[in-house]
Design a protein around this ligand. Structure first.
Ligand code: SF4
Length: 385
């Protein structure tokens, strides 16, 4: 198989893996033939700073010696595997980058010869890209289970983002998914190292004079864990290792794996977990503010922010012309930008009704039951729209 064939195979296999990269719904680049577009190995993606790029997501190798119960790459599973050498992949990607086919890369791998050895191959690839091919674009590197601290440091010197997939919220749950992964030592500890390095080493030592961000991923529902367990560890990671984002990938069974008969998890669960994790990270919510049911899960049929507002704001609506930012962002329909817009607008004039909110970009219908305009309930004013 030539290098392009290897890339197509590995990248199509990568679609098995949820990846920790947000996507936008724009078409694949026109320079791809329809068949290549079907392979979908370069994805339009949006970076955390809002920049849209063409992102190549691929594996250095789909060979793996571990036997995680949910994973299509697990050892012994019968499918066609492929492996790149570091300089082979770096050369191919560099050509694609110069030709405008890919502007960034997310590089992961199956484990072969242990975490340290596999991590070295990923690091060698990154170093060849940065130093030999002078690639200055976006690079997301996966940290392998069992990688050493020096390797984490080296990854941080080369990448814009590093990720360690925890997969499950704690040791007991991980044992149901990946019996040979060690939660504390192999997965959580590298995330702590990243933060320790960020705190102790000046950012100018990193490739673009910025620290890479950190993300993780969970297989939601894969180990019968509750949403409370997932959000408890997410909240801890937000506070203690400055996690940029937790990704939740609803479990779906893969043929010919030990979990092939386990029912798929409803995709809405993924959505509710994202909503709740953003409330914890950006909106000042605590775990006890979230509307968990008696089984410690979020209701699938309710937006968690809306459910909180129904409990606490219906009888104590927020005065829109006086509220602090932290109060405003708890109102459904008002996000971080919306709260800033309200605070800017009311510096010059009082906001008098829902139409004034609508004009500055607020989803006024959603906010209406929970706000007051100088003491007057807003819900009455909906008829004006
Ligand atoms: S170590 Fe990674 S690639 Fe290998 S079986 Fe487990 S999840 Fe899959």
């Amino acid at each position: 198989m030539d290098s392009l064939g290897t890339l197509k195979l590995l990248s199509s296999q990568m679609t098995f893996e949820a990846d920790g990269e947000p996507r936008v719904n724009s078409p694949a680049p026109a320079c791809f033939s329809p068949k290549e577009q079907d392979q979908a190995f370069v994805h339009p993606a949006q970076l955390p700073n809002g920049q849209k790029i063409l992102l190549l997501k691929t594996l250095l190798s789909s060979a793996c010696e571990r036997d995680c119960f949910y994973c299509p790459f697990r050892a012994g599973r019968d499918f066609r595997r492929a492996t790149f050498k570091p300089d082979e992949f770096a050369g191919l990607f560099s050509k694609m980058n110069r030709g405008g086919m890919a502007e960034g890369v997310f590089l992961s791998s199956g484990l072969a010869g242990g975490g340290v050895r596999t991590q070295d191959k990923l690091l060698d690839t990154a170093e060849i890209l940065r130093k030999k091919h002078h690639f200055r674009g976006y690079l997301h590197l996966k940290i392998m289970p069992g990688a050493e601290k020096d390797q984490v440091y080296r990854a941080m010197q080369l990448a814009d983002r590093v990720s360690v997939n925890l997969e499950a919220p704690n040791t007991e749950r991980l044992a149901k998914l990946a019996p040979h992964k060690v939660f504390m030592e192999e997965l959580l500890r590298p995330l702590k190292w990243v933060e320790e390095i960020r705190r102790t080493v000046p950012a100018y030592k990193f490739w673009n004079r910025r620290w890479p961000s950190t993300v993780t991923q969970f297989v939601a529902g894969g180990s019968d864990e509750s949403d409370l367990e997932l959000l408890t560890i997410t909240n801890w990671l937000n506070k203690n290792v400055r996690l940029k984002r937790a990704y939740f990938s609803a479990f779906h069974p893969i043929r010919d794996t030990p979990l092939e008969n386990k029912p798929a998890v409803h995709p809405m669960r993924e959505h509710r977990l994202y909503q709740a994790s953003f409330l914890l990270r950006d909106y000042g919510f605590d775990l006890e503010d979230l509307p968990f049911t008696t089984d410690s899960n979020l209701p699938l049929n309710a937006d968690p922010k809306q459910a909180w507002a129904q409990m606490y704001l219906v009888n104590s609506p927020v005065e829109i012309n006086k509220a602090e930012k932290q109060e405003l962002i708890r109102i459904p329909g008002i996000g971080l930008k919306g709260a800033n817009a309200i605070m800017n607008a009311r510096r010059s004039n009082k906001l008098r009704d829902l139409s004034a909110l609508k004009k500055i970009g607020i989803i006024a219908e959603r906010a209406a039951p929970y706000v007051l305009f100088d003491g007057k309930k807003a819900a009455m004013q909906l008829a004006l729209f």
